[in-house]
Write a protein that binds this ligand. Structure first.
Ligand code: FES
Length: 134
């Protein structure tokens, strides 16, 4: 158990093995808290890079995935909100179509690192958006 978390830098949270995030494929969800509320963040891969966002549509604050972990629309090019079809650029979280226009997803910092168990995807929490304690 680490106790050296007093410094301001975020403690990285392991999300999954790198190979679990396929390009344009299923995302990985992780429970989190934001200002005392229970929320979900999610992680996807696009064009080789991992990205993470708060799972909350910029249109109405609802989760995006129509089925758990299904964030990409059928072309694998955009993240889509299942409720009214808002679409977002996966590399920026900016709304590029639908009722979210002008909005964007709240990004989270993501990093891939080599670990003794292999390469893995990590979340570097920032601000009020924190991982839920198991
Ligand atoms: S809640 Fe996402 S498009 Fe309306």
């Amino acid at each position: 158990m680490t106790t050296d978390t007093t410094q301001a830098t975020a403690e990285a949270v392991r999300i999954c093995a790198s190979e679990e995030l396929a390009d344009g494929g299923k995302g990985v969800r992780r429970e989190a808290t934001l200002g005392g509320s229970e929320v979900v963040v999610f992680f996807v891969r696009y064009d080789g890079q991992p990205y993470g966002y708060l799972n909350r549509c910029a249109h109405v604050p609802m989760e995006l995935d129509w089925a758990e972990g299904e964030f990409f629309e059928s072309s694998g090019l955009y993240l889509m909100c299942a409720t009214h079809g808002a679409i977002y650029a996966p590399e920026t979280g900016r709304c590029v179509g639908g009722p979210c226009r002008g909005g964007r997803l709240r990004p989270v910092q993501v990093e891939e690192r080599d670990t003794p168990e292999g390469r893995a995807v990590f979340w570097l929490p920032d601000g009020e958006l924190r991982p839920s304690k198991p």
